[in-house]
Design a protein around this ligand. Structure first.
Ligand code: GAL
Length: 339
């Protein structure tokens, strides 16, 4: 009996070892694709997600969900299927691919998705540029999901208060909990309009004004009671020098303040187009510029230019080039002393 048992044990162990070896070789390619832990931003560089693939999330925005202690990055998924992608992160450097959270189906042009978290109704609301191939439909679309990682269901699409709408930006005021969309509007983006959203963020109010700026790709931040609107010029996928405007109120009046990109030798916003400004929680005045490097076309492999935005003591917006940088550039907010 005994030798037979030993023989069985031996055979069992051998089988286990062989299975282990087989699994090791099976997953070796996957393991070797895992990017190393990232500890910095490299504007314009290659940026891989946890799956080892290039992050495909363009023209979008980042939100931080306090409840889940997680950042979510939404954007255009320009690979197949087209629509909106989502990536999640705990530190803004390392991103997990959460997949396509909205499949655009037969929508011809789906661009610049922006998501807002509705804390009251515990819902995620996505607004986006809804259009046809010739950009003549020019509408806003709205979709909703109960989960940050989707799926998002499209609820509606229309022209805001009857106006054309193409590139959009979004601003959420943490004090009033009100949200606004800045949209490149009539006569092929001849101006930007600002519209206030309803309290549940699912529709638009008629508080909708022409802020008299001819531009695209709007990003908005507020500091010291002043609103800063950063925009690109209108040159399609080709980068151009950005302009920023300031206003005492989100609805204006806005004043042109010139180009904020300092030392921008190519005069093209460090070869990028703005898509959003994210206020990084936990740091004092930490504003993250999110820009797309389209390389002449909206391809899946287009890169990202993430840079810190400085508001100088005399209230000027400045962006400087860094080949590599990290969040230690910002001052952490002082934590309340424990009682
Ligand atoms: C840009 C716009 C992009 C895309 C592109 C198409 O001006 O910012 O989102 O619409 O035009 O040419």
């Amino acid at each position: 009996m005994k030798p037979k048992t030993e023989h069985l044990i031996y055979r069992g162990s051998l089988k286990l070892a062989l299975t282990g070896l087989w699994l090791f070789f099976l997953y070796l390619p996957v393991l070797s694709q895992q990017p190393a832990d990232l500890t910095s931003f490299k504007p314009g560089g290659e940026w891989l997600a946890d799956d080892g693939a290039h992050i495909d999330c363009h023209g979008g925005n980042i939100i931080y969900v306090e409840l889940l202690k997680t950042f979510y990055w939404y954007g255009e998924h320009r690979g197949q299927p087209g629509g909106a992608s989502c990536y999640s992160s705990k530190d803004l450097y390392n991103w997990k691919n959460e997949g396509v959270v909205l499949d655009k189906g037969d929508i011809q042009t789906f661009e610049r998705p922006k998501v807002i978290y509705d804390e009251v109704n515990k819902r995620y609301v996505m607004w986006f540029h809804y259009d046809g191939n010739g950009y003549t439909i020019a509408e806003l679309g709205v979709a909703v999901s109960d989960s940050p990682t989707g799926p998002f269901t499209i609820k509606d699409h229309y022209r805001p208060n009857g106006h054309e709408s193409r590139d959009i930006g979004m601003y959420f005021d943490p004090e009033t909990k009100k949200a606004y969309i800045g949209y490149a509007a009539d006569h092929t983006n001849l101006t930007i309009r600002m519209v206030e959203l309803s309290a549940d963020y699912l529709s638009l109010t008629t508080n909708d004004v022409d802020i008299k700026a001819h531009c695209e790709g709007p990003g908005i931040l507020k500091k010291g009671g002043i609103f800063y609107l950063l925009t690109s010029g209108c040159s399609g996928w080709t980068p151009n020098p950005a302009t920023y405007y300031t206003a005492p109120d989100i609805m204006g009046p806005y004043t042109d303040q010139g180009h904020p990109f300092t030392g921008d030798a190519g005069n093209n916003s460090f070869n990028s187009q703005p898509c959003y400004i994210f206020k990084i929680p936990g740091y004092v005045n930490a504003y993250l510029y999110m820009g797309d490097r389209w390389n002449g076309g909206g391809r899946p492999e287009s890169q990202y230019v993430f840079l810190p935005i400085t508001i100088t003591e005399d209230g000027k917006m400045e962006l400087h080039w860094y080949k590599e940088w990290d969040l230690s550039m910002f001052t952490p907010e002082r934590k309340r002393p424990a009682r």
